[in-house]
Design a protein around this ligand. Structure first.
Ligand code: FE
Ligand code: ZN
Ligand code: FE
Ligand code: FE
Length: 154
């Protein structure tokens, strides 16, 4: 990895791996959610995530690369943390802890997409910039929704 274009391609593979991993983690979180509101938030974000994977495929196309993932240790760790929360927490703590775990994921994604879309701009990849901004906005909305649920359920 030597150029900004290399870093862009590498990070795109990282987040593509992460989104695919989340399509498996989100149904488990929805299943564990103690309220219908939180369950719906996870179910809805699973649909967002499937859409995001489609958008990411278009971003790969803007750099003539095939969509592929590369193991992201950060998302593996965040998902693992979410799983231990589901095992350890119960009652009132479960919902709060699940929201906390999910928001850690959203913040990770917001960081990645913020970086990627800026790099797209620097690389004069206008289409990539727009597609990544679409996903970034979805992640920010998901994070805000979780904050809203946390505040109303507290
Ligand atoms: Fe996502
Ligand atoms: Zn890597
Ligand atoms: Fe990563
Ligand atoms: Fe997300």
């Amino acid at each position: 990895m030597k150029t900004l274009a290399d870093a862009f391609h590498h990070t795109l593979k990282d987040i593509y791996y992460a989104e695919n991993a989340l399509t498996k983690a989100l149904p488990k979180m929805a299943k564990a959610a103690p309220t219908t509101e939180l369950k719906k938030a996870f179910d809805d974000h699973l649909e967002d995530t499937k859409e995001q994977i489609k958008i990411l495929k278009k971003v790969f196309a803007t750099i003539d690369a095939k969509p592929e993932g590369e193991k992201c240790d950060a998302i593996e760790g965040l998902i693992k943390e979410g799983e231990s929360v589901m095992e350890e927490a119960s009652g009132k703590a479960l919902g709060a802890a699940l929201i906390g775990a999910a928001q850690a994921v959203e913040h990770y994604e917001i960081a990645r997409y913020g970086t990627l879309r800026q790099w797209a701009k620097e690389l004069k990849n206008e289409e990539g910039h727009e597609l990544l901004t679409q996903i970034l906005d979805m992640e920010k909305a998901a994070n805000a929704k979780l904050t809203g649920i946390a505040v109303t359920e507290a």
